[in-house]
Design a protein around this ligand. Structure first.
Ligand SMILES: C[S@@+](CC[C@H](N)C(=O)[O-])C[C@H]1O[C@@H](n2cnc3c(N)ncnc32)[C@H](O)[C@@H]1O
Length: 356
């Protein structure tokens, strides 16, 4: 049995023909009434995924220190637009702002703007960040101009991707159409070549690839703003620099699922192509660094020691476990990467070995 959204998508395909994987993903996640991210609170231990800020306060605190340092490097602009894309429960930003209390003038300068489409999560963000009087946006485009600091953790992986497959005749796009019953969704190759071929690598027959136009367009807009108005953005996500293939996955109730099953009930996400993002920014970029290296350089090990010094035995083990989860290479330390996009006017940021 499919979902109401699955039936709507099937009807659209019956009327207008197969749709791209990106169009399917956009519908499944953001359909105004039935999309996954429009529905009940999806994050957290009881939901479909757990994110770094929910694992430990140390993550948000170190990002707060990074943002405040960038503000000082920019010459303390006041006001400064502080943006978070996809703030979830508001935990990262609450931890970040708490950690910046000692930075004179920073909190008074901050104008907080949150970009999120999920109403229940917006309510949680309101509770977590009430004293900073946030303004909410559906899209980044409506965030006001001006010197900016931006953070996005596990946001870009939710942006739609197109998928392609290399055939003997060149790259073809993978499309979503209808099965023989006229109702179920299936994936088939588009009959002709794709205009995206020039963005795709040389690859053997059968190879697959993904492109996120939405991700590239968004980072391009962020780069335009940081160059024009001054500012820094920090993008953290799971992804890759080389390689590719297809990575789109569905998760329902902490378990893998078929991406076409029960649209609107599963979290769909794809690994982020950091090389493509860095190029599309058309602004000074730093990284991507691995999350483990980035957090270690910012002092997460020392922060863990400070927290442990006033903790009981049970809390100390929890802090150690959280630290390992965030930085160990076999956990989030290597798969997750961090990219900074800047303005070319301020000195290099902490956490990265060199500019690219
Ligand atoms: C995986 S959660 C990450 C939450 C948070 N950053 C964290 O690390 O815990 C993705 C967040 O992005 C929001 N989101 C997903 N797609 C979005 C879109 N197209 N536009 C705006 N917000 C979106 C979700 O509602 C959610 O708050």
């Amino acid at each position: 049995m499919t979902t109401e959204l699955g039936r709507l998508i099937a009807r659209r395909i019956a009327l207008t023909g197969p749709i791209s994987v990106a169009d399917f993903m956009a519908e499944a996640l953001s359909h105004p009434r039935l999309g996954y991210y429009r529905r009940a609170v999806p994050a957290g231990a009881a939901g479909d995924f757990t994110t770094a800020p929910e694992i430990s306060q140390m993550f948000g605190e170190l990002i707060g220190a990074w943002l405040a340092e960038r503000w000082l490097a920019m010459g303390r602009p006041a006001p400064v637009v502080l943006v978070e894309l996809g703030p979830g429960r508001g935990t990262l930003m609450a931890d970040a702002l708490r950690a910046t209390r000692g930075v004179q003038g920073f909190q008074a300068a901050v104008r907080l703007h949150l970009v999120d489409i999920n109403e229940p999560l917006r309510a949680e963000q309101q509770r977590a960040l009430d004293s900073f009087e946030p303004t909410w946006h559906e899209r980044f485009d409506t965030v006001p101009a001006g010197p900016m600091l931006l953070v996005a953790n596990e946001f870009f992986d939710a942006l739609p991707v197109r998928q392609f497959e290399r055939t003997p005749d060149g790259w073809r796009e993978r499309m979503i159409g209808l099965g023989p019953d006229g109702v179920s969704l299936t994936i088939a190759l588009a009959p002709g070549g794709t205009p995206f071929a020039r963005h795709l690598p040389q690859a053997p027959e059968g190879a697959r690839a993904e492109i996120s136009e939405a991700g590239r367009a968004l980072v391009h807009e962020i780069g335009l703003r940081t160059r024009r108005d001054g500012g820094w953005a920090l993008i953290v996500d799971y992804g890759y620099e080389r390689g590719g293939g297809t990575s789109l996955q569905a998760v329902r109730g902490h378990k893998g699922a078929n991406i076409l099953d029960r649209p609107g009930e599963a979290d769909l996400s794809a690994h982020v192509d950091f090389t493509a993002l860095a190029k599309a920014a058309e602004a000074p970029v730093f990284g991507p660094a691995s999350q483990g290296d980035f957090l270690r350089t910012l002092g997460i090990v020392q922060r863990a020691e400070t927290l442990k010094a006033r903790a009981n035995d049970r809390q100390r083990s929890a802090i150690d476990a959280a630290l390992a989860r965030l930085i160990a290479p076999d956990q989030m330390g290597t798969l997750f990467r961090v990219l900074a996009v800047g303005d070319g006017r301020s000195p290099a940021p902490a956490g990265f070995s060199e500019a690219s």
